[in-house]
Design a protein around this ligand. Structure first.
Ligand SMILES: Cc1cc2nc3c(=O)[nH]c(=O)nc-3n(C[C@H](O)[C@H](O)[C@H](O)COP(=O)(O)OP(=O)(O)OC[C@H]3O[C@@H](n4cnc5c(N)ncnc54)[C@H](O)[C@@H]3O)c2cc1C
Length: 234
């Protein structure tokens, strides 16, 4: 199973807006991070919030939306749940829109040029995150430079990961907010170290089997059928 070269899936994005809040009263539980709060966004796309506590009065509250829209989600409903009736202020904010590429561009762009980072396809299409893949890529480029004198002796992305990303993105494009149960099953029913290896890359066949077994099959079989019908995968 492999994405067909040149075939273009629908454009999807991960849009996110987060605020660092300071509360007047100790309303934050510093021992409890919230990773997937789906109650904060009732739009048509897959939207959730997460809360990373710093101490009893400070937390980072991030709203994330994944889908065709590039509009930034609003973290304030999730902030309201953290701060309660306490006074609060925003100390800093971060925001961005990360394309979730269904088909990464070629990395080699000339005799001596290699794309790196996000432009080099290091954003994992199904998560919107890149840091661990950028670090692994950097090590591989350094090794290639010292061994061959050029940066091109780096491993390609595993076919399996590209196929799983294509299926995940097709399911996201079709199901949108209805994909919430799949996200919850992933983090509720699979040991977290297996999930992290699956999402970051470097998962073993046993890790992948554990993830596939936990996910509801309907959305992903539907996505696979849609990709095959559109000749985006073979
Ligand atoms: C607010 C925000 C938070 C994020 N958080 C995370 C996270 O927690 N974890 C994660 O994995 N990913 C995260 N990401 C995704 C992020 O895109 C990648 O992790 C990472 O920053 C991408 O690295 P990069 O080197 O490709 O691009 P960048 O970090 O954007 O660096 C590219 C650099 O190249 C420079 N540049 C561009 N064109 C030229 C040119 N022609 N000549 C010279 N310089 C040029 C730019 O000015 C920039 O400094 C986040 C993204 C954003 C926007």
């Amino acid at each position: 199973m492999d994405p067909i070269p040149g075939a273009q899936p629908a454009a999807l994005h991960q849009a996110f807006r987060g605020v660092w809040v300071r509360t007047g009263a100790p309303t934050v539980d510093p021992a409890a991070a919230t990773l997937l709060d789906f109650s904060a966004d009732d739009g048509p796309d897959l939207g959730f919030a997460y809360v990373l506590p710093v101490d009893e009065r400070r937390a980072m509250v991030m709203a994330v939306r994944m889908g065709p829209s590039m509009d930034l989600p609003d973290p304030l409903p999730a902030v309201a749940r953290v701060v309660g009736s306490s006074r609060w202020t925003i100390e800093a904010e971060e925001r961005g829109v990360t394309p979730l590429p269904g088909r990464p561009a070629p990395r080699r762009t000339g005799q001596r040029m290699l794309r790196i980072g996000a432009r080099g396809g290091r954003v994992r299409a199904s998560t919107g995150y890149a840091v661990t893949r950028v670090l692994a890529d950097t090590g591989a480029i350094v090794a290639s430079l010292s061994r061959h004198g050029h940066p091109f002796g780096i491993p390609p992305d595993p076919r399996r990961d590209r196929a799983l990303d294509a299926i995940w993105l097709a399911a996201l494009a079709r199901e949108r907010a209805d994909l919430e149960p799949a996200f919850l099953a992933l983090f509720r029913d699979v040991p977290v170290d297996r999930v992290l290896r699956f999402l970051d890359g470097g998962a073993s066949p046993v890790d992948v089997a554990a993830v596939v077994a936990a996910l509801p099959p309907g959305p992903f079989l539907g996505a696979l059928g849609a990709l095959a019908r559109q000749r985006l995968i073979r």
